[in-house]
Design a binder for this molecule. Structure first.
Ligand SMILES: Cc1cc2nc3c(=O)[nH]c(=O)nc-3n(C[C@H](O)[C@H](O)[C@H](O)COP(=O)(O)O)c2cc1C
Length: 200
């Protein structure tokens, strides 16, 4: 039984929706045990609410030490100036103890993301996330072109070989499209397939 964690930070709910799609895909793989959790919000509550942050997110809050309990972790984050969110960074910066013990060495890591604009840094967010996974000794898995929806020019959409992504719009007005959710599910399935091969 491969244990898989979908761990996300979402301010306005786009990544929350993507995380559930990733988990749905992962659950399709026999032998995969999948949980969805989120990292703690670090913004002061009032500022979060004033900025329109989504307070009703069902996923439980994860603690950094928990990562050691999983065989694969699929991380989801919004883009902040072309990088992961501070909330996700803050969580990862508390994994030094795990790094010291090599607790994540050989586990599978993968990343999906969201940005407001089409070219606002989806690829840079995932690519700048990956060094943290490599420092931990994780085996990085992306979104192969076997998921052919990333090739199509039929709609403006996220998705790259680095990972699934969605375009939220300048005011967060766009929700993940069917194709983006399909790519997210593919990534979940892909990671779960590899994790079950590695960890049974
Ligand atoms: C401080 C800040 C910086 C941001 N930087 C970017 C950016 O560099 N590029 C971009 O396209 N969107 C940027 N955004 C928009 C977020 O990426 C977007 O709100 C998020 O992906 C939506 O996902 P969520 O609903 O899961 O929070 C930024 C948002 C904030 C609050």
């Amino acid at each position: 039984m491969a244990k898989i964690l979908v761990l996300y930070h979402s301010m306005y709910g786009h990544i929350e929706t993507m995380a559930n799609a990733v988990a749905k895909g992962a659950r399709e793989v026999a032998g995969a045990q999948v949980e969805v959790k989120r990292v703690p919000e670090t913004m002061p509550e009032e500022a979060f609410k004033a900025a329109g942050g989504k307070t009703n997110q069902a996923a439980p809050i994860a603690q950094p030490a928990e990562l050691a309990d999983y065989d694969a972790v699929i991380f989801g984050t919004g883009t902040r100036f072309g990088n992961m969110t501070g909330q996700m960074r803050n969580f990862l910066d508390q994994t030094g103890g795990l790094w010291m013990k090599g607790s994540l060495v050989g586990k599978v890591g993968s990343v999906f993301c969201s940005s407001a604009t089409q070219h606002g840094g989806q690829e840079s967010t995932i690519l700048t996330f990956i060094p943290t996974l490599l420092h931990h000794g994780m085996v990085v898995v992306g979104l192969p072109y076997a998921e052919q929806r990333q090739m199509g020019l039929d709609e403006i959409k996220g998705g790259s070989p680095y990972g699934a992504s969605t375009i939220a719009g300048g005011q967060g007005e766009r929700q993940p499209s069917e194709q983006e959710l399909g790519m997210a599910a593919f990534q979940g399935r892909h990671v779960a397939t590899i994790a079950t091969k590695l960890f049974g």
